[in-house]
Design a protein around this ligand. Structure first.
Ligand code: ADP
Ligand code: MG
Ligand code: MG
Length: 893
């Protein structure tokens, strides 16, 4: 096998093999950008390392050859006494996992080469600083030592000599520190810090491989749904130095603002520093524009490189660069992560610049991002107490209790509290706390700090670099603007403006939400500034294109006229599921009681007859709201006892009444009925079509109400389009019986009104047997609607109401599941039944109209699956309608 690839050998499409960082470094070399010489060890080597526990022997040989090539090119040798070559050893997996895995800089430095480096650069302080960084990083990541040991020693040294920052330490101080660090290594590991450069290199490579499987990397992958078996590549890159004085520096930049999407370059710069320092938030950075004054030539080169990259990738790029004594080097690029707002704005900007097509624009936005823009925002019309204003790093509005560490965050969140994680700065160890929190607030760091990058990736609200805040973890206090706050005190943070408020701040609809519910003009009107107007317009263009592109219709699940109107405003093209059971709750429970308690057919029919006008009014309202659009009405589905009092409560009430000697005959009979109807597994019991066949007149009442409502609306000149849907069908015969009865009623009501009532009659496919016998069922069905919630329960044999808490966490942990099958359709299992059902149904009836009405109808990944199997529509909650429109569009391009 070949494990090692020169940068000149790869390209951006080889992320599987070279990881994202390696593939993009190769691509930059390919297009002629200045990248320090280096090579990439493939992910395959990592996978073999994970399997065998040792690196493949050929790898050592290939590394030797690749290192020698660099040495020959540069005329310098790894760890040489004179002009030493130093390298960085950097992780880089297929999917970016910011800050999750390890990187070791300055590999090749030892007691001898540190002197060579000092001579060669003419900067003794720099050389010792680089050496102490190597021991610190190597100790922490390769030797697995506690990083605090080193930072404590560093702090002690600073205190000893009265240095305010690292930069104030002299060459002497740093040399002392190196001695201390080496001593720490010896004491902790029982071995000297490895002096041999090649040994350093080999150990660092193994450590990077090993970092793939750290706890925090696994946690991150689980969250981001990145497979655990990909492995990471390792990039070995010639060191260039940003810490060689004031004509050197390091930075991170973006070709557009990844947080707002504002056109124009954007970034952070730190003079006289190594790359680590920017991300760690150790010193506050300068805005990129400052570089123009510090070093106009490098600034110009950088702008040119950014333009090259954006044109080449045709997308927002984020870039790590270092300037070594006035010479620009690019150390990393990738298509940058961005907030939801930035995604929409940048996509349409690039369309306007003729760099991408509208099809590509919709592919670069997502339903998930759209949903974030639909979240409420702070309403500032009332009184608010502004504590401070800092950098808006990741948008959103979060209100919650202050928590200062992971443990507090997790405990309070588990107790149901909303929490804001407040830290001086975050690092990868804070990941769990960030996941638990509603928002993140840090006192240090820029828009490219760990907190900002990770929060953006999670779509979580973050404000960073709030320098006026003093976070005192030891005292459990946060001091700001004369207030002393403690864990449990409530604050509100606005990740779009950077504002931090004391106490609760009410929230209001976002301009994008206004657009979605009330149209373009309302959305633009609600936008407070030009940037937001551009955003609303971008969302509008993207949605319009998605609508024009998609082949699936989007309907909504709505039970009331109000919900139906709301869904329609948001672009729903019909109702895919109206659950009629809600119409039997509340006051109407008594009617159901009468039906259940009826002792004769006459009594029961009388009880049902009382419900008829009420049901008719429900349908009139709904069908009126959906005038001209298909409206699928599902006949009653749950077991009847759900409408009756709870067995235990009723038993107690009756027992108490008996004790007090005032027995209520009605209650006693009710209790007997409830007992009779009690089921061990109601979800698999007397419900759906089974109930309809068991209780004569129940379905008939609903069908009659639908028919009469249709007649009434038609008489008013409207165009009602109800579709009658039968739930829980498992056998064609069940549907056939209901269909015959329904057709009879439709004929009768139609005849007396002098109209033809040819309403479509179809069924849900939500039992495996229905899917497997779909070819038969289609003989009696005008349409199918997949009820994927029940189909998931019945296919897996999971009870949705019980399993999520019981063992899903374990299943997600041990990899049986990668996501709850109730959230995203299990394509391999449940999806196979959907496919069989569609094929079977269409084989019998090619014109069969097929949709889905489970929760999955609003889930992006599932929507793409439904497109593949050829469904005609998806139906989801009214809130998710725009999300489904966009995803259905994306699925069709
Ligand atoms: P991450 O994936 O966490 O960003 P990187 O591998 O990119 O880790 O490295 C961490 C930091 O070290 C970055 O700021 C990067 O720019 C810097 N760095 C990496 N390699 C070199 C190098 N050869 N010369 C100078 N700086 C480097
Ligand atoms: Mg990096
Ligand atoms: Mg169901």
């Amino acid at each position: 096998a070949k494990y090692v690839y020169r940068f000149s050998e790869g390209d951006k499409d080889q992320k599987d093999l070279l990881g994202g960082k390696g593939a993009n470094l190769a691509e930059m070399v390919k297009i002629g950008l200045p990248v320090p010489p280096g090579f990439t060890i493939s992910t395959q080597a990592c996978r073999e390392f994970m399997r065998e526990g040792v690196v493949p022997p050929e790898l050592r040989v290939e590394v030797t050859m690749a290192v020698r090539e660099i040495e020959d090119t540069l005329g310098r040798q790894l760890g040489d006494f004179h002009e030493p070559l130093l390298v960085s050893v950097r992780s880089g997996a297929k999917f970016s996992m910011p800050g999750m895995m390890e990187t070791v800089l300055n590999v090749g430095l030892n007691d001898a080469s540190v002197k060579g480096l000092a001579e060669f650069t003419g900067d003794e302080r720099f050389a010792w600083d680089s050496y102490r960084r190597l021991i610190q990083m190597f100790g922490k990541t390769v030797l697995d030592l506690d990083g605090d040991l080193f930072s404590a020693a560093l702090d002690a040294k600073k205190a000893e000599v009265g240095a305010a920052t690292d930069v104030d330490l002299s060459a002497e101080d740093l040399r002392d520190l190196v001695a201390t660090f080496k001593h720490i290594v010896l004491e902790q590991t029982g071995r000297e810090f490895p002096q041999h450069p090649r040994e350093q290199l080999d150990l660092a490579i193994e450590a990077v491989f090993g970092s793939w499987n750290t706890e925090r990397a696994r946690l991150y992958r689980r969250r981001e749904r990145i497979p655990d078996d990909l492995g990471t590549a390792v990039n070995v890159v010639t060191m260039v130095f940003g810490n060689l004085g004031s004509d050197s520096g390091t930075g991170v930049c973006f070709t557009r603002d990844p947080s707002t999407g504002q056109a124009g370059v954007y970034g952070d710069y730190l003079p006289n520093a190594q790359g680590e320092d920017v991300v760690a938030g150790i010193r506050n950075t300068l805005p990129l524009a400052a570089l123009e004054e510090i070093d106009p030539d490098s600034y110009r080169d950088l702008l040119q490189a950014m333009r090259r990259l954006e044109t080449h990738y045709r997308d927002l790029c984020d870039i790590e660069f270092t300037i070594e004594r006035g010479k620009l080097w690019l150390l990393q690029t990738r298509v940058g992560k961005r907030t939801a707002a930035a995604a929409f704005r940048i996509a349409t900007q690039l369309v306007d610049e003729h760099l991408i097509t509208m099809d590509e624009a919709i592919a670069r936005t997502s339903g998930e991002q759209l949903s974030q823009l639909m979240f409420p925002q702070f309403d500032r019309s009332g009184d608010t107490t502004l504590l401070t204003k800092a950098m808006a790093a990741s948008p959103g509005a979060a209100v919650g209790e202050i928590v200062l560490d992971n443990e507090q965050a997790i405990t309070r969140a588990a107790a149901g509290a909303h929490v804001i994680l407040v830290r001086r700065e975050t690092n990868p160890d804070d990941l769990e706390g960030m996941i638990a929190a509603d928002g993140v607030l840090t006192a240090r760091g820029g828009k490219t700090s760990h907190a900002a990058v990770v929060a953006r990736g999670m779509g979580k609200c973050a404000v960073v670099g709030a320098e006026e805040i003093d976070v005192d973890a030891a005292a459990q206090e946060v001091r700001v603007a004369g207030h002393t706050l403690r864990p449990g005190d409530v604050i509100a943070i606005d990740g779009s403006t950077g504002e931090v408020f004391l106490g609760e701040v009410p929230v209001t609809d976002s301009p994008v939400m206004r657009y979605i519910s009330d149209g373009l003009e309302a959305g633009l009107g609600a936008a407070p500034d030009e940037a937001t107007k551009e955003l609303v317009l971008a969302v509008h263009r993207v949605l319009e294109h998605a609508d024009a592109t998609r082949t699936m219709e989007v309907r909504a699940n709505a039970d009331t006229a109000l919900d139906a109107r709301r869904a329609r405003d948001r672009g729903a093209q019909g109702i895919g599921l109206c659950r009629t059971e809600h119409q039997f709750l509340g006051d109407r429970r008594t009617y159901i009681e009468h039906v259940v308690l009826a002792e004769t057919d006459e009594q029961r029919d009388a009880a049902l007859a009382e419900l008829l006008p009420l049901q008719r009014e429900d349908f009139v309202g709904l069908l009126e709201a959906m005038d001209g659009l298909p409206t699928t009405i599902r006949l009653i589905d749950p077991p009847l006892h759900e409408f009756l009092p709870d067995l235990t409560e009723l038993s107690v009430a009756v027992a108490l009444a008996e004790r007090d000697g005032n027995v209520d005959d009605h209650q006693v009979r009710l209790l007997a009925a409830v007992r009779r109807m009690h089921e061990q597994n109601p979800m698999l019991g007397l419900r759906g079509v089974r109930l309809g066949l068991k209780v004569p007149g129940l379905f008939a009442l609903q069908i009659r109400a639908i028919a009469e409502a249709t007649v009434e609306l038609r008489r008013r000149g409207l165009d009602p389009r109800p579709e009658i849907m039968v739930p829980l069908v498992g056998s064609v015969r069940e549907l056939q019986i209901v269909r015959e009865e329904a057709q009879g009623i439709l004929r009768e009501v139609g005849a007396s009104a002098g109209m033809r009532l040819d309403l479509p009659i179809g069924c849900m496919i939500e039992l495996p047997r229905a899917a497997l016998t779909a070819h038969r069922i289609a003989e009696e069905a005008d349409f199918f609607s997949f009820g994927t919630n029940d189909l998931t329960q019945t296919t897996w044999g999971f009870s949705r109401d019980d399993v999520e808490g019981a063992f899903f966490t374990d299943y997600l942990e041990n990899g049986v599941l990668t996501i709850s099958p109730f959230e995203t359709l299990d394509a391999a299992g449940v999806g196979a039944l959907v496919r069989v059902g569609v094929e079977g149904g269409r084989a019998t009836r090619p014109s069969l109209h097929v949709g889905v009405c489970g929760e999955h109808g609003g889930d992006p990944e599932s929507i793409h699956f439904f497109q593949q199997v050829g469904l005609d529509y998806v139906s989801c909650s009214p809130f998710r309608v725009p999300i489904a429109r966009l995803e259905a569009g994306r699925a069709a391009v």
